[in-house]
Design a protein around this ligand. Structure first.
Ligand SMILES: [Cu+2]
Length: 444
């Protein structure tokens, strides 16, 4: 310890009753410098965190976690940026870009203090880099092409090496031709578990990346130059009914981590039947006293949010972006407004030219997903999918939280079995009479 540090420590001890014995650096004038963000984690030299022991692994619906190998105490990962073909929803196959065969790329899951090397190979037709969004690491590892490193040319493999200094929910994405590369699906999430598991421990921990695409109906390739009119909104690059349900047991403590790398839109994500607490942002943990209850959490572009709750309400519950255009699928945007229009004999006239023509939308857009409306091949209708009571009239950024009793696995348990007499239904004449409820005279 330098003399100046020792004197400073003495002063700190007198003032605060504590002082780090670490070799904290001073500047030329002897002023104590704040420690580097990763200094403490590096000094601790923790052993690599172990899945199932040091943390409960995350679940990434429609996605996986990136495998690693241990080399002399370092977790070694290999990310491959490459063209990928995925099924975004039944009927819609998309030629996108991603990592290791999927978009989003697999979740990088580590423990606070883990020392990692990440090799990044570029199999794209243009250069790329990887930026570790939200991680406080040495500047040369930050992945911003031109500023902190040369871009990774097609065919090259670059090496990043750093320590993950802080727990939390972060992301990775290119910082080269961002509009094209993120618009094509190059993105992924990073989960850094705390070194000491927080109690109560989450039983289910979901990682979900929110994003948006413009894919012209009938085509397979996203148009990354779109700056509005996004027609497919996704959770882990899948649109409902392509989104895997989130299955939990009644009483489970559930954590949901959301990242948003959409080009232009924030997403207010709403959960039915429960309330949750917002527990972290990509800036870190929110102290317990500052966690606030919500049923909708706004996930701004370029941000992460984590929420926690106890799944205390059995059932099938919608989890979705609350922007109404974000739960529409490909065919439902920018249509002429026919609400309230009397189409008169128009249909008959047009049918002479276009057999089977039907004007739609005069009474709203409900049910338009299940009318068997012809859509171009490799396209999805404007909404939804089949449910236990008929058609689920939502699509896009929508999935289902399934809270169940008596299940032994987290496989999809099918639809919820409702307690007898506990589902909304048409009122009977007797019930209407008993409660003196009449039907408004001006019926439609
Ligand atoms: Cu949204």
């Amino acid at each position: 310890m330098k003399a100046s540090t020792a004197i400073h420590c003495l002063a700190v001890i007198l003032l605060a009753g504590a002082c780090s014995t670490s070799a904290q650096e001073t500047n030329a004038a002897g002023k104590l410098l704040p420690p580097l963000p990763w200094a403490e984690a590096e000094r601790a030299a923790y052993p690599p965190g172990r899945a199932g022991v040091d943390y409960t692994p995350v679940t990434a619906p429609n996605n996986t976690t990136l495998a690693f190998k241990l080399v002399a105490g370092v977790k070694v990962f290999h990310l491959i940026a490459e063209p990928v073909t995925i099924q975004m929803a039944p009927g819609l196959t998309v030629d996108a870009w991603g990592y290791n065969g999927n978009t989003p790329g697999p979740v990088i899951e580590v423990v606070e203090g883990d020392h990692v090397r990440v090799y990044v190979s570029n199999r794209l037709p243009e250069p790329t880099t990887v930026h570790w969004h939200g991680i406080r690491l040495p500047a040369g590892m930050d992945g911003l092409s031109g500023l902190t490193q040369k871009e990774i040319a097609p065919g090259e493999t670059f090496r990043y090496e750093f320590v993950f200094p802080h727990e939390g929910t972060f992301m990775y994405h290119p910082h080269f031709d961002e509009m094209t590369q993120m618009g094509m699906g190059l993105m992924g999430m990073i989960v850094v578990h705390p070194r000491k598991t927080k109690e109560p421990r989450a039983d289910r921990d979901f990682a979900m990346m929110l994003t948006e695409w413009f894919i012209k109906p009938g085509t397979r390739r996203p148009d990354p130059s779109a700056m509005d009119g996004f027609n497919i909104l996704t959770i882990n690059s899948r649109a409902f009914p392509g989104t895997a349900p989130l299955v939990v047991k009644r009483g489970d403590r559930v954590r949901m981590r959301f990242g948003n790398l959409s080009a232009m839109d924030h997403h207010p994500v709403h959960l039915h039947g429960h309330r949750f607490f917002v527990t972290e942002t990509d800036g870190g943990q929110i102290p317990a006293a500052g966690q606030w209850p919500e049923t909708t959490v706004l996930v701004p572009v370029g941000s992460t949010r984590a929420v926690e709750f106890v799944a205390d309400n059995p059932g099938d519950w919608g989890l979705h972006c609350h922007m109404t255009h974000h739960v529409m699928n490909q065919m439902g945007h920018g249509l002429p407004n026919l609400l309230g229009i009397d189409a008169g004999g128009l249909d008959e006239k047009i049918r002479k030219l276009v057999p089977g023509y039907m004007t739609m939308g005069q009474s709203g857009m409900g049910g338009m997903g299940d009318m068997g409306m012809a859509v171009p091949s490799n396209s999805i209708p404007m909404k939804g999918g089949d449910g236990p009571f008929g058609y689920i009239d939502m699509g896009g950024m929508f999935t289902i939280l399934k809270v169940r009793e008596g299940i032994t696995t987290y496989d999809d348990p099918g639809w919820f079995q409702y307690p007898a007499g506990n589902v909304a239904r048409p009122a009977t004449p007797d019930e209407l009479k008993q409660d003196a409820v009449g039907f408004p005279a001006t019926a439609p």
